[in-house]
Design a protein around this ligand. Structure first.
Ligand code: UTP
Length: 302
């Protein structure tokens, strides 16, 4: 069946970001830089280069910096113009024109499912993409674009997954699925943060979804689950009994930047890809690793 064109995207950014405290005490985690761009910009760029025309950001208290970032910076632009800093001026202007972005506030942080529920008026009966700014995927072509192409052919809801080590499944939402193609599964069940012995697979849900408005009445009736939060995974678990949901195994490099180790790894990996930084950073990493190794050997020899 031919699906309809998908042009709306939702990015929930209302969470507290407790895993990155204290850095997130007074600033949104989505504004923390990955090399030189805030994490949220990577995700907005993925959305726009996937054909998303309008985006809704679900914000909350303490997230104003995100709105300012995607707004014009008139004084800064005037200053750059007067100094004839053309490249920087272009860079700054481009951010203000990146996408048509709307904002709505989630007044109480009751979970990802509740945040998505706040998008129902914006979505207004259309299918829509959801992108989580904690999840950065680096690929030749944007991962979301590939999901949208598939959705436009199948008209079926979809979520992205990637394999994780079995011992770490309890940090993820996990699917049970039947393989129906190369890297494609039909979801039969979903579990949020299962104990390793209860996990139906090691295919963990990554923050890219294609949803239909049928999710909203289900979200409205989904009680708080793990962590006392209204979980999107729980709503999808109910919905999968009525509608087909596909799981798309991502091909790109995945970085979970919502915790300290993932955040550091992403910064290093992304910086190593940058021409102007890679060779000096590589030298530095080699140096620091061999010094640490020497120190460790020395301590063990004592
Ligand atoms: P997380 O589970 O990462 O929660 O949310 P968090 O609060 O952002 O971070 P930690 O776990 O405390 O460190 C997943 C996504 O859902 C959004 C977050 O902004 C993040 O993009 N979210 C979560 C909301 O928008 N509202 C909520 O009530 C909860």
């Amino acid at each position: 069946m031919e699906g309809c064109k998908l042009s709306k995207g939702v990015i929930p950014v209302a969470g507290f970001g407790t895993r990155l405290l204290p850095a997130t005490k007074a600033q949104p985690k989505e504004m923390l830089p990955l090399v030189d761009k805030p994490a949220i910009q990577y995700v907005v760029e993925e959305a726009t280069s996937s054909g998303i025309e309008s985006l809704l950001l679900i914000t909350g208290r303490g997230k104003r910096a995100i709105e300012d970032y995607f707004d014009y910076s008139i004084e800064l632009e005037e200053e750059l113009e007067s100094q004839d800093k053309k490249e920087l001026l272009h860079l700054v202007r481009q951010i203000g024109n990146m996408a048509q972005i709307f904002y709505v506030r989630q007044k109480l942080q009751r979970g990802l499912g509740d945040a998505i529920y706040c998008s129902r008026e914006f979505v207004n009966g259309s299918p829509f993409a959801v992108l989580l700014a904690d999840d950065i995927i680096e690929d030749e072509g944007p991962e979301l674009k590939q999901m949208i192409n598939l959705f436009e052919r199948t008209d079926e809801m979809m979520l992205a997954v990637h394999p994780v080590p079995p011992e770490s499944v309890s940090q993820w939402g996990v699917i049970k699925g039947e393989k129906i193609g190369e890297g494609l599964f039909q979801v039969t069940d979903l579990v949020e943060k299962p104990a390793p012995e209860e996990a139906p697979s090691n295919l963990a849900i990554v923050g890219r979804y294609i949803l239909k408005p049928t999710i909203f009445p289900v979200l409205a009736n989904t009680p708080p689950g793990k962590g006392g939060e209204i979980q999107l995974t729980d709503a999808l678990r109910t919905l999968v009994k009525e509608e087909r949901i596909l799981a798309w195994q991502i091909r790109g490099n995945y970085f979970g930047v919502g915790d300290k180790l993932g955040y550091l790894k992403a910064n290093i990996a992304l910086a190593l890809k940058r021409k102007e930084l890679s060779s000096q950073l590589r030298d530095f990493l080699q140096e620091i690793l061999s010094t640490t190794e020497e120190k460790r050997n020395h301590e063990e020899g004592d």
